[in-house]
Write a protein that binds this ligand. Structure first.
Ligand SMILES: [Zn+2]
Length: 308
């Protein structure tokens, strides 16, 4: 009975639409309302669990943190540096959220509640992340890229920390805008949608049905990829503002991302893969944002050295 099946799809899709529109939250950084079904507490709990597991797995690769970490003089210096940057960015995040609240945006601030933790992992991977809840990991493999870029990780790489602050600000930006929770919510929605359509494919010949489902899958994947790129741009923007509020030189950001774009495909950890915006788009974004960022920096932190 094809009519009945069609009815089921319609009801399922209406259900999905209701689900979608009744789970919207304001994103103060884009000014838009967005779909999210995962609360800050749930996301932070997931973040904490994942972080604890990750630290356990890394064991003695964790430098000077809790648990079974290893710690020598050099490790202590890196750990302290990352934690100093983290503390400045944490205060910047609290201040930034307060300013958006004062400006009239209605959203639940997170920076005050997060259980901010900054750890350094000894690893060749040029990786970094901030999980929901404020759980940050910096892999030593990224330090040369944020440092003097001479091809090896040494203590000289933490002489000038502005580019490391760029990376940490970007990662914290993802967590402040709940990107992890939104991504999970949307992929769940895409799954439900695919199931709803699947219900109606029963009468089709199996080959055709497979084609339709593949096309649906590809569309969903494409949608989620575009969504990730949007998140990357947003994290760049939030990161830049955190940088300025913490008095790190915002002009270091474009150069850092240019370096990041140069890392070879195979070596790139997931966070720097294809979901990141094309280098040209990213460079153009920073060109647009930079005058305001430099102005804000100079108002708050003093004159920037123009260098020419
Ligand atoms: Zn990112």
């Amino acid at each position: 009975m094809p009519g009945g099946r069609f009815g089921i799809i319609i009801i399922a899709l209406i259900g999905l639409a209701v689900y979608y529109f009744s789970n919207q939250e304001v994103n103060p950084y884009s000014g838009k309302t967005e779909f999210n079904t995962i609360s800050i507490d749930q996301a932070s709990q997931l973040g904490a669990q994942t972080y604890v597991q990750m630290l356990q797995q890394e064991g003695r690769n964790v430098i000077c943190g809790g648990g079974v970490s290893s710690c020598d003089v050099a490790g202590r210096e890196v750990y302290d540096t990352v934690n100093e940057i983290g503390e400045r960015l944490r205060l910047a995040a609290i201040e930034m959220e307060q300013d958006y609240l004062d400006a009239g945006y209605e959203f639940q601030p997170v920076a005050r509640e997060f259980d901010w933790t900054f750890n350094v992992i000894n690893s060749e991977q040029p990786n970094a992340f901030c999980l929901p809840g404020g759980y940050v990991a910096i892999y030593t493999g990224i330090l040369d890229i944020t440092g003097n870029y001479d091809g090896q990780v040494t203590l000289a790489d933490i002489q000038d920390v502005d580019k490391l602050a760029v990376v940490m600000g970007h990662e914290i930006g993802h967590a402040m805008a709940h990107h992890g929770a939104k991504r999970m919510s949307n992929s769940r929605l895409a799954q439900f949608g695919t199931i709803a359509v699947g219900l109606g494919l029963g009468d089709m010949d199996p080959g055709q049905a497979r084609m339709v489902q593949q096309a649906m899958g590809l569309a969903a994947q494409g949608g989620l990829m575009a969504f990730s790129r949007e998140h990357e741009t947003e994290a760049d923007k939030i990161g830049l503002e955190l940088l300025v509020r913490a008095c790190y030189d915002p002009r270091e950001a474009p150069e850092l991302w240019q370096r990041m774009g140069e890392i070879g495909g195979g070596q790139r950890p997931p966070e720097w893969m294809s979901t990141h915006p094309a280098s040209e788009t990213r460079a153009e974004n920073f060109r647009q944002w930079m005058p305001a960022a430099v102005e804000m920096y100079e108002q708050r932190c003093g004159r920037l050295d123009r260098g020419f």
